[in-house]
Design a binder for this molecule. Structure first.
Ligand SMILES: Cc1cc2nc3c(=O)[nH]c(=O)nc-3n(C[C@H](O)[C@H](O)[C@H](O)COP(=O)(O)OP(=O)(O)OC[C@H]3O[C@@H](n4cnc5c(N)ncnc54)[C@H](O)[C@@H]3O)c2cc1C
Length: 422
């Protein structure tokens, strides 16, 4: 099979890029196992507008870059532009942020800062959701310009639109193969049949799976790599001490993993979408609400409990989160509710100090580009940078992929775990 662009990996990064390329009439195909498996299906679906990044009190590069994303996503959700998400369920038009009682003076300055005024408003008391109407709540409540999306619905919507450009592969047995100075993709379909795919450009958007996929690139002698790096590739290498230029050899960029142990709480809970802010510049908890297969509400909890829970036994992480929620929402009775945790890695372009990257990262070598969006919200920015960098020429005819197997959407995390009642 010949295509203009082959995308390997069907999370939000690959799907958004595919939608953009197809809208331009480029013959692009995406190979993957399950759509969103890994990070996208595990994400909280918040289209960040930068508030979380700006909590340090400074408007950092990350806060600036991500500030544009809600507008781009809202256009897609309104059916405007090349990616049509008008069928996607919006769980909440805005994410809330609540402060619990006394917050530090630095934080007070943050709320008053000019930079934040366009991104958040104080919620009038009359509009408080039920959960915060309790007389014991003395904090402040703010509304952020950050819609929260139903991620399984987002993946299903993209799957439906792009079905004829998707192919399900057995990822363990499929991969890149060298063909002269370029690479092609050897695909093994679920029924064991094989397909060789030649593409002018191959974009790897497999999240944590990029690490294994790029192995054939690393073992290729430099002379056969062409040695030509794009400007973006050079700048990524410079930023990344682990993969700097060593003598005449150039190393491959590395991926970093930042793990999380997310916590889930199921029971008679209200649907809320909110960050809880304490004295630190990191949310004490970030809660989104979802319905499981039986229609029960699940609170999906990230922020500090998930960061601090890494590597700990689930029971310990649950106990700490329960304690934290009891402090944050002392008027809510959590007795008899069901709890679970989920371990997942965030996969990103490496940073010299292992910190969160400010923006999406990509690296180009021969006809292969490795890409990590860093955030769900950044998928449009990554797709547009890739399109400018790749300058794909339309050259080959359309391949009828209708007969190829279409990858399913990955299962929602809350339908995969075993909850325990406490
Ligand atoms: C717990 C958690 C919560 C998050 N919440 C948010 C949030 O609220 N807002 C936000 O903006 N960001 C959030 N993020 C970050 C966001 O989820 C990720 O940045 C984004 O989903 C990454 O998308 P991706 O397409 O690069 O990778 P993934 O979503 O990981 O997708 C990888 C795809 O590649 C496939 N694949 C893997 N290996 C192979 C292979 N060898 N061959 C072919 N296919 C392969 C997988 O099956 C999958 O389809 C969160 C991340 C985590 C972990």
């Amino acid at each position: 099979m010949k295509v203009d662009v082959l995308i390997v990996g069907g999370g939000i990064a690959g799907l958004w890029l595919l939608a953009e390329l197809r809208a331009q009439g480029i013959n692009a195909l995406l190979a993957t196992d399950e759509l969103g498996k890994g990070q996208t299906i595990a994400s909280q679906g918040i289209i960040h507008g930068g508030t979380k990044y700006a909590l340090t009190g400074k408007l950092t590069g990350a806060a600036m870059a991500i500030g544009e994303m809600p507008r781009i996503w809202r256009a897609a959700l309104n059916g405007e532009g090349s990616v049509d998400l008008s069928k996607v369920n919006i769980l909440a038009e805005s994410q809330l942020l609540w402060t619990s009682g006394g917050i530090g003076s630095r934080m007070t300055g943050f709320f008053a800062s000019k930079a934040m005024k366009s991104r958040m408003d104080a919620v009038p008391h009359a509009e408080y959701p039920e959960l915060f109407r309790h007389p014991a709540f003395h904090g402040g409540l703010y509304r952020l310009d950050e819609p929260v999306l139903d991620v399984p619905a987002l993946l299903a919507c993209l799957r439906e639109q792009l079905a004829d450009a998707l192919v399900q592969v057995d990822v363990q047995r499929s991969g890149l193969q060298q063909a002269g100075n370029t690479f092609r993709y050897h695909a093994v379909l679920p029924d064991g049949s094989e397909l060789e795919i030649d593409a002018s450009q191959i974009v790897l958007t497999a999240g944590a799976g990029n690490e294994a996929l790029m192995a054939p690139l690393a073992s290729t002698p430099l002379s056969q790599r062409g040695g030509v790096l794009s400007q973006r590739g050079e700048s990524l290498l410079e930023r990344c001490s682990l993969s700097g230029v060593e003598g005449s050899r150039r190393e491959l960029p590395t991926m970093q993993r930042r793990p999380l142990q997310m916590v889930m709480l199921r029971g008679g809970l209200p649907m809320i979408y909110a960050h809880a802010l304490g004295m630190s510049d990191k949310p004490r908890a970030t809660i989104t609400s979802h319905k499981d297969a039986q229609g029960q509400t699940v609170w999906y909890i990230g922020g500090q409990p998930a960061e601090q829970g890494v590597g700990k036994p689930a029971a310990e992480v649950i106990a700490a989160t329960r304690h934290e929620l009891a402090e944050l929402l002392p008027w809510v009775d959590f007795d008899g509710m069901e709890w679970a945790t989920w371990n997942v890695d965030r996969a990103e372009g490496c940073q010299p100090d292992g910190s969160r990257p400010d923006q999406p990262a990509f690296f180009h070598m021969a006809n292969v580009t490795l890409a990590w969006p860093t955030k769900l919200a950044f998928a449009p920015m990554l797709a547009s940078s890739l399109q400018s960098a790749l300058s794909v020429a339309k050259s080959v005819g359309k391949w009828p992929v209708e007969s190829l197997p279409t990858p399913p959407v990955a299962h929602s995390i809350w339908n995969e775990v075993d909850f325990i009642r406490l």
